[in-house]
Design a protein. Structure first.
Length: 399
């Protein structure tokens, strides 16, 4: 559907196919059309119209009148859909593939763009749904990567469209995608935007995101997880950077869950007319184990879309682990909510939870009873990927 004016028309035509596949959320279509060296291009109205006019001229030379009419109608339908999408805000001029996938919530397409390793085309990529099957990078992409000696352009994560919006600015209320793009920033902060193994680091982050609701890892546990997930030695030059990335994304996970927990605490306080003691009593008397577990599961599913309850424990064991963490964390979340109510200048319903820096000082209280395996078992769990996957009951964690 168009692209930057400066690109050759053949590249523009190929990018149009990539945009169409991304817009429609078709991972398989994107697989066959994708050329990684074009991933930084942007939608252009003028270039799109040039392509359409050229294709229309070619179609008008068809001798079969029925085929000619059918294909011209299809082209007209696409053209109308393009301008309708721009008018209604589903597309914006200057959009990259990332803008389109983020705005429309096509997480499978985002996974494909982020997780596929074009610098190592013989490797396979796991499907976005983490199914057991794998798909090979198609020959068109493989040949491009194999013959193209020019470094690939960086992910256009910081490329604005013509409205000045970055991909992170068009997430809307999609919390999961907000967190995903924030973790991309964490990877770039440590390794830069042109790191050869960037896709592998994004796969590490994705595995960590799948693990976190079942194991709220921190401290030395992070290094152990990085070793087994990334299959890397501590002497590897990249190891320190990988650990820093894992620590950074773990901090983001904690902040996301805490902010939602504080929102829940604010609702509890509001229902008790701001009486902290009454809110605590209500939590003790009216919230059973199942309700606490469900509240936590709801928070997890908002930020961790691949999370499924009943992961590594029986139902009752998982609910009890949730309840133990929830009880301890909610004591602090309620206190934070009360402080915001007392010292804020606006009503409780309008108060924003603290930012990451302010929440940091509450870490030891909120995460005192975090969900995690017994410390003595961590060494055994992280000695081999099969042990970790078996304990968590999560397949395909290796990156």
């Amino acid at each position: 559907m168009g692209q930057a004016h400066s690109a050759p028309l053949d590249d523009a035509a190929q990018f149009r196919q990539m945009v169409l596949a991304t817009y429609r959320g078709g991972v398989n279509a994107l697989l066959s059309a994708f050329r990684p060296e074009l991933r930084g291009l942007q939608i252009s109205r003028a270039t799109y119209l040039d392509i359409i006019m050229q294709e229309q001229t070619q179609l008008e030379t068809l001798t079969d009148s029925l085929e000619r009419e059918e294909r011209l109608n299809e082209l007209q339908d696409e053209k109308m859909e393009f301008f309708s999408a721009v008018e209604q805000g589903r597309l914006a001029l200057g959009d990259t593939l990332l803008h389109i996938a983020v705005r429309l919530g096509h997480s499978d397409v985002l996974d494909f763009i982020l997780l596929t390793d074009y610098n190592n085309p013989q490797k396979t990529m796991v499907r976005p749904d983490t199914a057991a099957s794998t798909m090979s990078i198609p020959p068109t992409v493989r040949n491009t990567a194999a013959t193209n000696q020019v470094p690939l352009p960086p992910l256009p994560i910081n490329t604005p469209n013509f409205k000045g919006d970055l991909p992170r600015d068009v997430t809307g209320d999609n919390c999961s995608l907000q967190l995903l793009l924030a973790t991309v920033d964490d990877v770039h902060e440590v390794f830069g935007s042109s790191y050869r193994e960037e896709a592998k680091v994004h796969r590490l982050v994705r595995s960590l995101r799948r693990i976190w609701p079942l194991w709220m890892f921190e401290g030395q546990e992070v290094a152990a997880l990085v070793r087994v997930l990334y299959d890397v030695r501590t002497s590897d030059p990249a190891f320190g950077g990988l650990v820093r990335v894992a620590m950074a994304v773990a901090e983001r996970f904690r902040v996301a869950v805490s902010r939602d927990g504080i929102h829940l605490a604010m609702s509890l306080l509001a229902g008790c007319d701001g009486d902290l003691h009454q809110a605590r009593q209500k939590l003790t008397k009216e919230w059973n184990v199942e309700r606490k577990s469900q509240a936590l599961t709801t928070i997890f599913q908002q930020w961790f879309p691949l999370y499924k309850s009943n992961g590594r424990r029986s139902d009752r064991e998982e609910e009890e682990a949730h309840a133990v963490f929830f009880d301890t964390a909610m004591i602090t979340w309620l206190q934070i909510a009360q402080d915001l109510r007392l010292f804020g200048d606006i009503g409780l319903g309008s108060v924003e939870p603290p930012d990451a820096a302010a929440l940091k000082r509450y870490d030891s209280q909120v995460w005192q009873r975090r969900i995690s395996p017994p410390p003595v078992s961590i060494g055994d769990l992280c000695v081999h990927i099969n042990s970790l996957e078996g304990y968590l009951k999560l397949p395909h964690l290796s990156v």
